[in-house]
Each structure stands twice: as C-alpha cells, then as structure tokens.
Design a protein around this ligand. Structure first.
Ligand SMILES: C[S@@+](CC[C@H](N)C(=O)[O-])C[C@H]1O[C@@H](n2cnc3c(N)ncnc32)[C@H](O)[C@@H]1O
Length: 255
C-alpha cells in the first residue's frame, strides 16, 4: 500500500468527517503564515481546499497540488463557488515530484499531516529535496504532523462516528479498524462508511496509512535536505513545542 491510496474513495466523506474533527482549528495559523510573505504559496496535498480557500480569501495566491482527482474536484467546485479562480491554482500531481520551477515559492505549507502520507524514507527524502528546490532564498517550509497518530489504540471494526445526516443527507456510520506497525512507525486505518440503512445501505470501504516520525527525527531530515529549522511550535498560536505538546509544527528556512 502507498500513502496516496485511499483518498479517492475518502473524498466524498472527507469534509463531513473533518467538520467534526480537525474543523478549522489550524486555519488562522496558516492564514497568518501566508500573510507574512509576498508571492504565491504552495500547499502540499491541498485536498478539498480546506486550507487553500480561507488562505486565498485572505488575499494570498495559493497553488495547491494533490494526487487525488476526486479531492481536487471538490476543491475546484469550492473555488468556483467562492469566485476565487484568480487566487487559487489547483494542480494534479505528486508531492514527490513537484512540477514547478526552482525558487518559485516564499512559503510551502504542508498542513494536517500530509508528509505522513509518505510511508518510506526514500519518498520523504525526495519530497523534502523537491520542497527545498521550490523555495525562494530565505523561503519558509511550514509543516504540521498529526501528533496523536502513533498513540492510537489498535482496534477492530469499531463504530467510531455516527451522524443523522451524512454528506448525502442520509444517516451515516463510520466503522473503523486501526493497526499499528510500531517498528515502521506506521498507522493503518481500514474505514467503511455506511450510508442509509438495511438493504439499501451504500458502503464505501478503503484503507489509509500514515508514517509518523518524531519531531527530532523530522528535524534531522529537514536539515539533511538543506533546510534550517527556525521554530518548533506546540500550538496554533505560536507557543513553543515540547515533548508533551499535542500540536507538532515545524518551520524551516532555506539558507
Ligand atoms: C490529510 S489530507 C489534507 C488535505 C488538506 N491539506 C487539509 O488540510 O484538509 C491529505 C491529502 O494529501 C493527498 N496526498 C497524499 N499523498 C500524496 C502524494 N504523494 N502526492 C500528492 N498528494 C498526496 C491526498 O490525496 C489528500 O488529499
């Protein structure tokens, strides 16, 4: 399994589920980061535009790259509805092979654990090298790792979410299993969304996998890619990171 697998099938449920989990808690942070630079910012794994749209609405030009067409289709619809076509450019592509000229972006954002979708070292190395090349001189790379992934308990077929109205207006249930491969630092989810009831229920099953490095491990990778870590943040207001922090944000600069 690769880290980009599963997102096409997840797309129809992503916004519904995230409205109840991550919501908008990181949005003000990314808006602020983007407001400190001049020029377009790049968002790695922009998905349905959860971050890209508010950042663009705040006056920044955003280029979002994502490998999943169904996720991008949703982002595109939102961009059109918000009339932000001149502010948001959506590109279908893989973050390991960024298709942009060197030194294009004063800020590259990697919100909500996108780098954790890179399941093997080689892919992380490739991506960090591509990001480093894409940054302007003194440009900033901001990334968030979802801190609690390695701490998830293993369980099998648990009903982890229920709603009276899912994305298609029907009752919805999420049945989820979690397996941890501690040696490889990988958390695997098997998810099944069930919409409607009884015989007419519609089921969508898919797997997602994430690899979580610790903050010091990620810092070493960034430095190896020629980036200089400028801040470790432990909350979205800019407070410092420590081992107990629930938020893991790293800012690194191209020297
Ligand atoms: C957790 S979502 C984040 C979406 C958005 N940034 C947000 O915060 O809501 C991860 C996204 O990364 C994309 N993705 C995963 N691996 C990728 C890869 N190798 N290249 C490009 N996109 C990838 C998925 O398709 C998915 O849309």
């Amino acid at each position: 399994m690769e880290g980009w697998h599963g997102w096409d099938e997840y797309a129809a449920y992503y916004d519904w589920e995230n409205a109840q989990t991550v919501g908008r808690r990181d949005i003000a942070f990314w808006k602020h980061m983007a407001s400190t630079v001049r020029g377009p910012v790049l968002e790695l794994g922009c998905g349905t535009g959860r971050v890209a749209l508010p950042v663009a609405r705040n006056g920044t030009t955003v280029v979002g790259i994502d490998r999943s067409q169904p996720m991008l289709d949703r982002a595109r619809k939102r961009v059109r509805r918000a009339r932000l076509q001149s502010q948001v450019q959506l590109v279908r592509g893989d973050i390991r092979f960024l298709p942009f000229p060197d030194k294009s972006f004063p800020l590259v954002m990697a919100p909500y654990g996108i780098l954790q979708s890179l399941l093997v070292e080689r892919d992380l190395t490739k991506t960090l090298a591509a990001v480093s090349r894409g940054l302007t001189r003194k440009g900033t790379f901001g990334l968030e790792l979802v801190a609690d992934l390695p701490a998830w308990d293993e369980y099998s077929k648990r009903i982890s979410m229920r709603g009276k109205r899912g994305p298609n207006g029907k009752p919805i249930t999420l049945v989820e299993s979690v397996v941890q491969d501690r040696a490889k630092q990988i958390t695997r989810f098997e998810q099944e969304f069930v919409e409607g009831r009884g015989k007419n229920a519609v089921r969508q099953k898919f797997g997602l996998a994430f690899r979580t490095l610790t903050v010091p491990q990620m810092v070493r990778r960034l430095e190896k890619a020629g980036l200089e870590v400028s801040a470790l943040l432990g909350d979205y207001r800019g407070g410092p990171w420590d081992l107990r922090s629930e938020v893991w944000i790293i800012l690194a600069r191209r020297g």
